[in-house]
Design a protein around this ligand. Structure first.
Ligand code: PHE
Length: 469
C-alpha cells in the first residue's frame, strides 16, 4: 500500500494492471483520434502536421504522461491533493496543487463540449440505423439521395437546438451513470467491455478502407512532409492535438494514476498508453482519408470530415449503411470511455475536498456540465453570433463551443503541462520521482532531461509563437 496518509483512506483502486491500461487507453482513445485528429491533419496540410504530431507525442506527450500518472500514484488522491502530497513529501510549497486544480477545471470544461459532440455521434447512429432498415444489409448508404442532402444532415441537426440539447444530455447522462457506479464497477466496466469491441470494429473498418478506398493517396497525403507548411500555428495545433489525444494537462491521467497499484511499472504502462493512442490516431487517418479520397472529396473540410464527408463516401461503398452504422457505434464506444475520464477528474476532486458521496459529487459536476453543454449546443443555432472571447485575438472568431475547445487545447493543456514538467523535473524530490517512474539507466536519464529541459522549453516556445506569431 502507499505511504499512509489521511487521503489514502477509502481511496478506490483498479482491480488489475490491465484494467488500468484499458481505462487509460479508453480515456486517451476517443473523439480526439477519430474526429479531431483527421480534421486537424486535413486543415493543417497533412504530412507536416502529422510528422510534428508524432514528434510531440514522443518528446513531450509521453514524458508528461509518465509525470502525471506518477504524481497520481504517489498521491493516491484526487489531482490537486495528489500534487500537494508530492509537494509536501518533497518539502515544497502546497501551492503547487494549483496544477491539479487548473486541470480539474479544464477537464470540466472539456467534458461539457465533448458530450455535445458525443450527441452528434448518437444522432448518426440513429441516421444509419434508419438507413439500414431502408436500404437493407448490402446496399450503399442513403440510396438515391444527393450528396448535398447527406451533407446537410449535420447543419440540419445544428439548426435544431432542442434536439442538440437532448442528444447532449443523453450522452452526458450515460457518462454520469458509469462514473456514479465507481472506479472498479463503473469506469473499469466500460473500459473492459467497450475497448475490446472498439478495437475489433476499428480493425475491420481500417482493413475495409484500405481495400475499398484510395489507400495510396491517403498514405501520400498523411506522410509526405512539406516543411514550409510547418508554421507556428500548425505547431501549436499539433501540440494541442497531442495533449488532447493523450488526455494530458487536465488532471485526468493524474486521477487515473491515483487508482494504480504500487506494483504497476508506470514507465512501461505509459509507453503502452501513448503507443496505442498514436497508433489509433494514425490508423484512423488511414481509415478515413482513403474512403474520403475515393469519393473525390476534399481533406481540408475540418470538423465536417467525419460527420459529413465520410457519410457521403459510405454511399458509394458496398455495405455502406452497415459500415456507417458500425463506424459510429465504434466512435460512440471510444467517446464514452473518454468522457467518463473527463467527468471522473472533477468528481474525484469534489468528493475528496467536500467530503461528499460519489453519487452526490457526480450529480453536482454533471449538472454543471449540463448547463455549459446547453450553451455549447446553442452556439450552433440560437447563440451562433455570440463571441465570448472577442477580446482575445486568437479566439476572437470563436463561438462558445469553439472557445471552450480552443482555450482548453491551446492554453490550459500546454500551460498545465509546462507546470507539471517544472514541478516533476525541478521541484519534486528526485529520489521520490525515481522510486515511482519505473525507469532505469539511460531511459531514466533521457526522461529526466526531457522533463527538465526539452518539454518546458519547446512548449513555451510553441505557446509563444502560436499565440503571438
Ligand atoms: N483523449 C480524449 C480523446 O482523444 C479526450 C480527453 C481529453 C479525455 C482530456 C480526457 C482528458 O478523445
Amino acid at each position: 500500500a502507499a505511504a499512509g496518509s489521511g487521503a489514502t483512506a477509502g481511496h478506490e483502486n483498479w482491480s488489475s494492471r490491465s484494467a488500468f491500461i484499458l481505462a487509460a487507453v479508453g480515456s486517451a482513445v476517443g473523439l480526439g483520434n477519430m474526429w479531431r485528429f483527421p480534421a486537424e491533419a486535413g486543415e493543417n496540410g497533412g504530412g507536416a502536421f502529422v510528422l510534428f504530431y508524432v514528434f510531440c507525442v514522443l518528446l513531450i506527450g509521453l514524458p508528461v504522461l509518465l509525470s502525471e500518472v506518477l504524481i497520481g500514484r504517489h498521491g493516491q488522491a484526487s489531482a490537486p491533493d495528489s500534487v500537494q502530497k508530492v509537494a509536501q513529501d518533497s518539502g515544497a510549497s502546497k501551492g503547487w496543487s494549483v496544477i491539479g486544480s487548473l486541470g480539474v477545471f479544464a477537464a470540466f470544461l472539456i467534458l461539457s463540449f465533448y458530450c455535445v459532440v458525443g450527441g452528434w455521434v448518437v444522432y448518426y447512429i440513429g441516421v444509419f440505423l434508419g438507413d439500414l432498415f431502408q436500404t437493407g444489409l448490402t446496399g450503399g448508404a442513403f440510396e438515391g439521395r444527393a450528396a448535398e442532402d447527406i451533407e446537410s444532415l449535420l447543419p440540419g441537426l445544428f439548426g435544431n437546438g432542442m434536439l442538440m440539447i437532448g442528444l447532449n444530455m443523453g450522452f452526458l447522462a450515460a457518462t454520469i451513470f458509469f462514473v456514479a457506479r465507481g472506479v472498479s464497477s463503473g469506469i473499469e466496466w466500460v473500459a473492459v467491455y467497450l475497448m475490446p469491441l472498439f478495437f475489433l470494429l476499428f480493425l475491420g473498418i481500417t482493413v475495409y478502407g484500405a481495400f475499398t478506398g484510395n489507400f495510396s493517396e491517403a498514405v501520400t497525403y498523411l506522410f509526405t512532409f512539406d516543411f514550409s507548411k510547418l508554421t507556428g500555428e500548425v505547431m501549436l495545433a499539433a501540440v494541442g492535438q497531442a495533449f488532447f489525444s493523450l488526455s494530458l494537462g487536465v488532471a485526468g491521467m493524474i486521477t487515473y494514476g491515483s487508482y494504480a497499484s504500487r506494483n504497476t511499472n508506470l514507465g512501461a504502462t505509459s509507453g503502452i498508453i501513448a503507443g496505442a493512442d498514436t497508433a489509433v490516431a494514425l490508423l484512423a487517418g488511414l481509415a478515413i482519408f482513403p474512403i474520403v479520397f475515393a469519393a473525390g472529396l476534399s481533406a481540408s473540410v475540418g470538423p465536417g470530415l467525419m460527420f459529413q464527408s465520410l457519410p457521403i463516401a459510405f454511399q458509394a461503398m458496398p455495405f455502406g449503411s452497415l459500415i456507417g452504422l458500425a463506424f459510429f457505434i465504434m466512435v460512440f464506444f471510444a467517446a464514452l470511455t473518454s468522457s467518463v475520464s473527463l467527468l471522473e477528474a472533477p468528481v474525484a476532486f469534489v468528493k475528496d475536498r467536500f467530503k461528499m458521496s460519489r453519487m452526490t459529487a457526480t450529480i453536482i459536476v454533471g449538472l454543471g456540465a449540463a448547463v455549459l453543454g446547453v450553451l455549447s449546443s446553442l452556439s450552433f443555432n440560437d447563440m451562433a453570433d455570440f463571441r465570448p472571447l472577442a477580446f482575445i485575438p486568437l479566439f476572437a472568431e470563436a463561438n462558445f463551443f469553439d472557445a471552450l475547445d480552443g482555450v482548453t487545447a491551446k492554453l490550459f493543456m500546454p500551460i498545465g503541462a509546462i507546470l507539471t514538467c517544472i514541478f516533476v523535473g525541478w521541484v519534486a524530490d528526485a529520489k521520490l520521482i525515481d522510486d515511482e517512474n519505473g525507469l532505469d539507466g539511460v531511459l531514466h536519464q533521457t526522461w529526466r532531461a526531457l522533463v527538465r529541459y526539452v518539454c518546458p522549453i519547446i512548449l513555451a516556445v510553441i505557446l509563444f509563437f502560436g499565440i503571438f506569431g
